[in-house]
Design a protein around this ligand. Structure first.
Ligand SMILES: [Zn+2]
Length: 399
């Protein structure tokens, strides 16, 4: 049966009484309610469906199929309902949000077309961010700022938004921004007075002032075009609150006025880069100093195995010490970190196969690891196994 469409004119949080004509179960989880008349916008034209409730059942989606509008609810909710009168409640905040974003999109697309001559090819009204794809490989920052300002002018000038229902044969009287749909009895043309004419089936404000504000968030290249992201209306307020919350934290951290936190963050970043560089230099110096007594244990031929366990040094530090030590002579250094339960073996003599030397013993004591000529490292499950492995090396069992 045909559902009478009331959603274009119904912008209210007040309950509306409709009639449930039919309940169709569309699977185990969901059911579609068919009403005699609907205040709920069905998904279409780039705009998401309205939400709300019908006789207490939460709406999950609204879809238009042919002449009918299906109001999707959970099968569990549907089982509590029966055909007859039903109270419909519209989620007005959500409807207004999409209506504002949709009207803002027309205004932005029309404005970019007027300023640059470039058309909008497609658009999406997301839950958080809206985007349009403009048929231009690049849009400069200045162009986007100019578009944003021109849109704000149009919002402040509060132009009327007029809906025309036009038979297809007369459609040429409107300077449409995009091609009208085919095979429709009456084409719905949305006019923003003095700005834009666009065929569209979505919900729209009645004047541009209701948009309140539009903010362009950025632009990126997309398939040879430019994808411009934006928010409008209350979303700008929500974003402003979020940005302020973050800026206040940054302001406290950097001890800078809220509008200078970006600059303060850059100065802090430069400072930490310098400190990190200095820290790296100091760590190398420390490793170098640790390596001196270690290398002193080498015999003249430089073939000794120098074994040492460290109680409170991590493996990262031992790798630095080992690299510094192997520069000093041909000895083989085996250094273990008791905190990390790891060891590493180093020698600059690349002809020594360290896997052959340590692999089997390490595995027999429960360790895992790998390496080859000149370098080998391993990990043990507990301190006792690592200690046993290191002791076995000191006893010279590997030789
Ligand atoms: Zn529209």
């Amino acid at each position: 049966m045909r559902t009478e469409k009331l959603y274009y004119d119904y912008f209210s949080a007040n309950p509306y009484n409709a009639e449930i004509m039919e309940i169709r179960y569309t699977g185990e989880q969901k059911a579609a309610l068919v009403l005699d008349k609907s205040i709920f916008y069905p998904e279409g034209g780039g705009q998401s469906a309205d939400l709300g409730s019908i006789q207490g059942a939460a709406l999950l989606d609204v879809r238009e199929e042919g002449e009918e509008i299906f109001h999707i609810v959970s099968a569990e909710d549907a089982r509590r309902l029966k055909p007859g009168p039903a109270e419909c409640l519209l989620d007005l905040r959500r409807r207004r949000d999409y209506t504002v974003c949709h009207t803002a999109q027309h205004l932005l697309s029309g404005t970019i077309l007027r300023i640059t001559g470039k058309a909008t090819v497609s658009m999406r009204l997301g839950e958080q961010i809206c985007t349009i794809d403009v048929d231009s490989p690049v849009l400069s920052g200045e162009t986007l700022l100019a578009a944003e300002d021109a849109v704000m002018d149009a919002i402040e000038e509060n132009h009327s938004v007029i809906i025309h229902l036009c038979p297809p044969e007369d459609i040429s009287r409107f300077p449409l921004r995009k091609a009208p749909p085919k095979e429709e009895d009456a084409i719905r043309v949305v006019e923003i007075e003095g700005n834009d004419f666009s065929p569209c089936c979505g919900t729209h404000c009645t004047s541009t002032g209701q948009i309140g504000i539009l903010c362009i968030l950025g632009a990126e290249k997309y398939k040879g075009m430019t994808r411009v992201s934006f928010i409008a209306g209350r979303r700008c307020l929500e974003e402003s609150r979020l940005l302020r919350k973050n800026a206040l934290i940054a302001s406290r951290v950097f001890r800078a006025p809220i509008y200078e936190t970006g600059e303060a963050a850059l100065i802090q970043l430069e400072k930490s880069v310098r400190l990190e560089r200095r820290l790296g230099e100091l760590e190398e110096t420390i490793a170098e100093n640790e390596a001196i007594p270690l290398a002193a244990g080498a015999d003249r031929a430089g073939t000794a195995i120098i074994v040492k366990s460290y109680r409170d040094k991590g493996m990262e530090e031992l790798l630095r010490i080992g690299r510094a030590a192997q520069k000093k002579n041909e000895s083989l250094y085996v250094l273990a970190s008791e905190t990390d339960l790891k060891f590493a073996a180093f020698t600059r003599d690349k002809s020594r196969d360290l896997k052959a030397l340590f692999g089997k013993k390490m595995e027999s004591l429960g360790g895992r690891g790998g390496g080859g000529n000149g370098f080998f490292q391993g990990l043990f499950g507990n301190a006792g196994d690592l200690a046993a492995f290191m002791e076995s090396l000191q006893e010279g069992e590997t030789e």
